[in-house]
Design a protein around this ligand. Structure first.
Ligand code: AMP
Length: 399
């Protein structure tokens, strides 16, 4: 079933409620990264341009439901939105008790939905209260589309039950289009880059990718488990012994690209209580994967090895990128991730990247504008790639 897009609806003089993902880092009241806020602006602007009165809601962090906590208030974001939209943005904390009054061309931001009891459990009572605020509901929060909560899935069902219009906003539409382009009938060869710390958190995604990709380049702690599966010794590196057989099975389904050389540090130099701090002081040594000693911890792909792997990336027609291939937070263990990011940017294939650490790395190595699509979703991105139905998308499709 298809989804209705905001672009096809006449919403003049209607009150729209937009669910955005405004979950950004805020320190001492200052927004430290506005990537998600920027991504939400086109939908809010589109609703204003179409002559609607606009209510925006979102979660922020993980507060305890029913308990107000200043740290998780969306108040600083009202100021940001007012500045970027050039309109006054009112902030409402009593919307569940007193409703919201908004005229065409006005914007009201609601306080953090996760302060509301029943949000996470997808309470139908709370969902109905959200639905009662609007004539039209616009789902735009791809980053939370994999969670069935009152402000994501429940509100859609409540609106539909009341005969109200529901649709996907511009950001959600763009995410779905980009992911469909990469996953349904993708241009071949298809290559995925899967990095990060653990196989266990990416097992489902690796299994799904093995069926659609011509090759998977594994990096980070994940590569270590695959190195063991291919008979190498990884010394003191992070790896998961119980998943070695799983890694072997995946290797029978698709071509797994592994580094020939890696960057290691001596375990004795690492303080696990202050992992990144100790790595700043540790010696970074390049070694062949055939020469790893008992005290060596593999922390990156060596730059030359990453360049060789980069050639596969450059010749791929579709590239999916999730997870750094090393501890990129520390520069001396970040060169492999840098080379991989640059290869993705230089490649002529359609490239799509998602996940918090991946976007931070892309930002750090300044290649964001040369990657075709940057997904705002972390968990939602992975679940979509795994082929799992995302509850909020399913609800939009069931209209
Ligand atoms: P994830 O949250 O699973 O995507 O993992 C991201 C984290 O994995 C980043 O903070 C990296 O520093 C870390 N990481 C990457 N490579 C390694 C490695 N070889 N050993 C330990 N941690 C790693």
């Amino acid at each position: 079933m298809s989804i209705t897009y905001l672009s096809s609806l006449d919403i003049a003089n209607k009150t729209v409620l937009i669910r955005e993902d405004l979950n950004v880092p805020i320190k001492d009241g200052i927004i430290t990264s506005d990537v998600r806020l920027q991504a939400s602006l086109p939908t809010i602007k589109a609703c204003l341009d179409k002559g609607a009165g606009v209510i925006v809601c979102s979660h922020l962090g993980r507060p305890t439901e029913g308990e107000y906590d200043d740290k998780y208030s969306l108040a600083p974001i009202a100021k940001y939105l007012a500045d970027k939209l050039g309109v006054n943005v009112a902030f409402s904390t009593d919307y569940l008790q007193n409703g919201v009054s908004v005229k065409a061309g006005e914007v009201v931001l609601l306080e953090n939905v996760r302060f509301n009891v029943g949000e996470k459990k997808n309470s139908s009572e709370l969902s109905k209260k959200y639905a009662d605020l609007c004539d039209v509901f616009v789902m735009d929060a791809f980053g939370t589309a994999h969670r069935a909560q009152a402000s994501t899935e429940g509100v859609i069902r409540a609106c539909v039950a009341d005969g109200k219009m529901v649709c996907a906003g511009n950001l959600l539409s763009a995410e779905l289009d980009a992911l469909s382009k990469a996953l349904d009938n993708p241009a071949k060869p298809v290559l995925s880059i899967v990095g990060g710390s653990k196989v266990s958190t990416k097992l489902d995604v690796l299994n799904s990718l093995a069926t659609i990709c011509d090759s998977i380049l594994v990096g980070g702690g994940i590569a270590n488990t695959f190195l063991v599966a291919s008979g190498k010794n990884v010394g003191a590196s992070l790896y998961e012994s119980d998943l070695v057989q799983t890694a072997k099975d995946i290797m029978t389904k698709t071509k797994i690209l592994l580094p020939t050389h890696v960057v290691v540090a001596d375990k004795g130099e690492i303080d696990f209580e202050d992992f990144l701090g100790s790595l700043e002081k540790a010696n970074a040594v390049i070694k062949s994967v055939d020469e790893i000693g008992e005290n060596d911890m593999i922390l990156d792909i060596a730059p030359d090895s990453a360049k060789e792997l980069g050639e596969y990336i450059k010749s791929a027609k579709t590239i999916l990128f999730n997870g750094p291939v090393g501890v990129f937070e520390v520069d001396k263990f970040g060169q492999g991730t840098k080379v991989i990011c640059e290869a993705v940017a230089d490649g002529t294939g359609f490239s799509i990247a998602g996940g918090g650490d991946t976007l931070s790395a892309i930002d750090k190595y300044k290649v964001a504008d040369r990657i075709d699509y940057l997904s705002t979703g972390g968990g939602a991105f992975l679940e979509f790639v795994e082929g799992k139905p995302l509850p909020a998308i399913v609800a939009l499709q069931s209209v």
